[in-house]
Design a binder for this molecule. Structure first.
Ligand code: WT7
Length: 653
């Protein structure tokens, strides 16, 4: 990693602005000062089990207490062993006993502008009803349910209904293709799928049911499909398999006791890309996950009774799981949910929603910030954003320019920014400022959350000195950590626990500065971060070589001003096929069909030879340089010259 990391280090080393939390914010915050943070951190470090157990008692409602806080047989952890709990009753039932009963749980807005508000009581009722629908269709505790849905309240209802009866949900982002959905359904062995006739996107309709129909042609496990009517699109319902959501809900009872589940019962599987062609099913369980989600939401977003909170992520990603639904509802807060894209019908849609609902806490991704800032300040300026008191960022390193724009133009210079580092695997935020306590530096995720022992180490696992790049690891198990890779404990072990035995390796490079602040430098493996979403280069390569014209391909990331990383594919064709623009288009469409639009290569470059080492390894570093235009090459239309270059560099690898 040294090369890339070193470059990134020098690029941010000059960043030394410091933003102290303003005292009005700190006074009212859950964690009020750096001293308070230090005390919490030290307390957790000294006795992590006692620290988490105290919080689990205080913040969550259990049917039955645990007998053992942590059972750690590396790399397998069990938290709150013997405890019985239910995520849906923590997110709903416990709020019905007091004044939160009629408080908005979800404020939803569709892309066309239709809206719906569900109070905690409303949401509870619909969740119970849908839990009964699931039961009526034969779904039992431990069964897997796939959710392939637009951002509509029914998605939240379906998640919580699964959690209520102990069915494990596997949400597949609506932007994934039928083929990607099929693979995920098959890997998880889902029994039932919930989808919609369509979703609204960029003024058009995202067809979802059609894709499920396509996927189900090659799946064995699915018995039932439930379809929400959202866009009134013309869909075919297969008798005996497909049912309308609204018809099933009509007759369903609103009484459904929450199942008393084991703390380690699997709550969800969420697939994420790795370094092989096949995504991994990350498994999260119940008690520990909910604790991480609840405490992090409360302290990092400083959630208060009157706050209106909005995270713009899609629930198909882990950010939506933890910070639109579970962590926020568990705290009894109001969560805003929006169906569509940020620029529809105009580039001020997000700011319009902030003004309309008087949003106080706003959580989004650097790619969105960069894209919206480029559209001009007049869009946010058209709106009263004075309700905002806290801003958040997630998904990739936020460049200082984007940070400053967010701070000044969106936050009016008054809002702390929490740059939150975490992963699908970590379940909840690991490295972040606590907004009333930690002074921020643009571009740094700052310090580890209390109870999280993050460190930057060299190849040998030794802590590196200040301002030296290294690998980001987590030294101790934490409650919301992934428990395994679905049906593949071997891969779990190899991917996360083998590079540095006994500690968790994140796959990210980082450095710590002299104040102990952590600066994330991005992936050090063959994983790209495209618009804040993880994508394996191998996954895109597999998709490309599955096209009959392609003999071989190598995919690398190239810097992109908006997306962070653009996908650049080097492709060698089978004999008899000629490189041309039409084929480029075809290959791009092919990848979209195999994986989804997020994986569509930005660039296709044809070459007769991919540069390889003597042992046949593709020289990715060289390709990355070429893709980024870092090599001063005469002719960039072919790779002929690069093979020469490659030969010259063979000895390096
Ligand atoms: C990867 C995880 C869970 C967040 C959504 C993405 C990168 C995430 C930050 C940040 C720098 C970040 C890392 C990480 N990342 N947040 N604040 N600063 N990098 O979840 O798809 O599991 O990807 O996103 O590279 O490993 P994910």
């Amino acid at each position: 990693m040294a090369g890339k990391a070193q470059e990134d280090i020098t690029s941010v080393l000059h960043e030394n602005r410091l933003f102290k939390p303003n005292s009005d914010f700190s006074k009212q915050a859950h964690i009020k000062s750096r001293t308070a943070y230090n005390q919490l951190y030290k307390k957790a470090e000294k006795d992590p089990e006692a620290f988490w157990a105290d919080l689990a008692k205080k913040e969550l409602t259990w049917f039955k207490p645990w007998t053992e806080v942590l059972d750690w047989k590396p790399p397998f952890a069990k938290w709150f062993v013997g405890g019985k709990i239910n995520v849906s009753s923590n997110c709903l039932d416990r709020h019905l006993e007091g004044p939160r009963k009629n408080k908005a749980a979800i404020i939803w807005e569709g892309e066309p502008g239709d809206t719906r508000t569900l109070t905690y009581q409303d949401l509870h009722r619909e969740v119970c009803q849908f839990a009964n629908v699931l039961k009526n269709k034969g779904v039992k505790k431990g069964d897997r349910v796939a959710l392939y849905m637009p951002m509509i309240p029914e998605l939240a209802i379906a998640m919580l209904a699964c959690a209520r009866i102990g069915a494990t949900h596997s949400i597949v982002f609506g932007g994934f293709s039928a083929a990607a959905l099929r693979d995920r359904i098959n890997d998880a062995g889902a029994k039932l799928v919930v989808t919609a006739d369509g979703g609204n996107r960029k003024g058009g309709v995202l067809t979802l049911k059609d894709k499920v129909d396509e996927a189900l042609k090659k799946t064995e496990s699915v018995e039932t499909m439930i379809v929400v009517k959202r866009t009134n699109s013309d869909v075919k319902m297969k008798k005996g398999r497909d049912y309308w959501w609204h018809e099933e809900m009509k007759g369903a009872s609103a009484v459904c006791k929450a199942a008393q589940l084991d703390s380690e019962h699997p709550l969800f599987i969420l697939y994420t890309s790795g370094t092989t062609g096949k995504p991994k099913g990350i498994v999260h369980t119940t008690g520990g996950y909910l604790l991480g989600a609840t405490v992090s939401s409360k302290w990092i977003f400083d959630l208060k009774e009157n706050d209106t909170y909005w995270c713009t992520a899609d629930i198909g990603w882990v950010t939506g799981h933890t910070y639109i639904i579970y962590g926020i509802l568990s705290n009894g807060a109001t969560t805003v949910m929006y169906e569509g894209v940020p620029t529809y019908p105009e580039p001020d849609r997000l700011w319009d929603i902030v003004e309309k609902y008087r949003v106080n806490i706003f959580y989004t991704a650097p790619t969105a910030i960069r894209a919206l800032s480029r559209l001009g300040n007049e869009w946010p300026k058209k709106h009263d954003l004075s309700s905002l008191r806290l801003l958040g960022s997630v998904g990739e390193p936020i460049n200082p320019e984007a940070w400053m724009w967010y701070h000044k133009v969106i936050g009016g210079g008054n809002c702390p920014i929490v740059d939150t580092w975490w992963q699908t695997e970590t379940g909840s935020i690991m490295i972040t400022p606590l907004p009333g306590a930690i002074a921020t530096k643009p571009g740094s995720a700052t310090l580890p959350f209390p109870g999280i022992e993050a460190e930057v180490v060299n190849k040998k696992g030794k802590k590196v000195p200040a301002d030296v790049g290294g690998y980001l690891i987590i030294k101790r198990p934490w409650p919301s950590m992934l428990r395994t890779v679905w049906k593949n404990p071997k891969r779990f072990k190899e991917t996360y626990w083998s590079d540095f035995p006994g500690v968790y390796f994140s796959g990210d490079g980082a450095r710590r500065d002299k104040d102990g602040y952590i600066w994330i430098m991005g992936r050090v493996d063959d994983v790209m971060n495209v618009s804040g979403h993880r994508l394996g280069t191998m996954e895109v390569e597999s998709a490309l070589v599955s096209h009959p014209t392609v003999a071989e391909s190598a995919v690398v990331g190239a810097p992109d001003e908006i997306k962070g990383t653009a996908i650049c594919a080097f492709v060698t064709l089978n004999t008899g096929h000629k490189p041309n623009e039409a084929l480029k288009k075809k290959l791009k469409a092919h990848v979209t069909q195999e994986i989804g639009a997020i994986a569509r290569p930005d660039q296709i470059r044809f070459t007769n030879h991919l540069p390889k080492t003597r042992s046949g390894k593709i020289m990715r570093r060289l390709l990355r340089d070429i893709a980024a235009g870092r090599e001063a090459m005469g002719d960039t239309s072919t790779l002929e010259d690069y093979t020469v270059l490659a030969k010259l560099r063979q000895d390096e690898d």
